[in-house]
Design a binder for this molecule. Structure first.
Ligand code: HEC
Length: 122
């Protein structure tokens, strides 16, 4: 039994190795931009998309409106999502947004910057 496992293990190692060789450095690895990472977080684990659509107000303001207001007022989305700065878009509804900080506070700085880049791409 042990021998069989060993054989299987070495077989999978071998196949891994050959896969790498096939690549041969000719294949270009896809570069993932911060916007794309941000989009993935926004629509994935961040669950932001359930309240924020690109162009239209839903439960939360449209992403393009957030983007515009933050650019105009030189706000800082990263610090907002860390609960370090006050809402400037729709303060009356802040309590709804506040409920998400338990998620955004688990994001790394790079992830927060990616989300910011995604918002600014609108
Ligand atoms: C339950 C609905 C809901 C979810 C989910 C949600 N938001 Fe919001 N968001 C709101 C509402 C409502 C506002 C408007 C209140 C405000 O401006 O703070 C808002 C406002 C914002 C603002 C503008 C803040 C400001 O300065 O006024 C940003 C930036 C933002 N959301 C980002 C996000 C991100 C990133 C996520 C995902 C991690 C997210 N939101 C998830 C409802 C939500």
């Amino acid at each position: 039994m042990k021998k069989l496992l060993l054989l299987l293990a070495s077989l999978s190692l071998l196949s891994c190795g050959s896969e790498k060789k096939e690549n041969n450095g000719t294949e270009t690895t896809a570069t993932i931009t911060p916007e794309e990472t941000g989009k993935a977080i926004f629509e994935g684990k961040g669950n932001c998309y359930s309240c924020h659509r690109a162009d239209e107000q839903s439960i939360g303001p449209a992403i393009k409106d957030i983007s515009k207001i933050y650019k105009d007022k030189k706000g800082n989305i990263v610090s907002f999502l860390k609960e370090e700065s006050k809402p400037i878009v729709d303060p009356d509804k802040y309590s709804l947004m506040k409920a998400n900080f338990y998620i955004t506070k688990t994001f790394t700085d790079d992830e927060l910057k990616a989300v910011e880049a995604y918002i600014y791409s609108h």
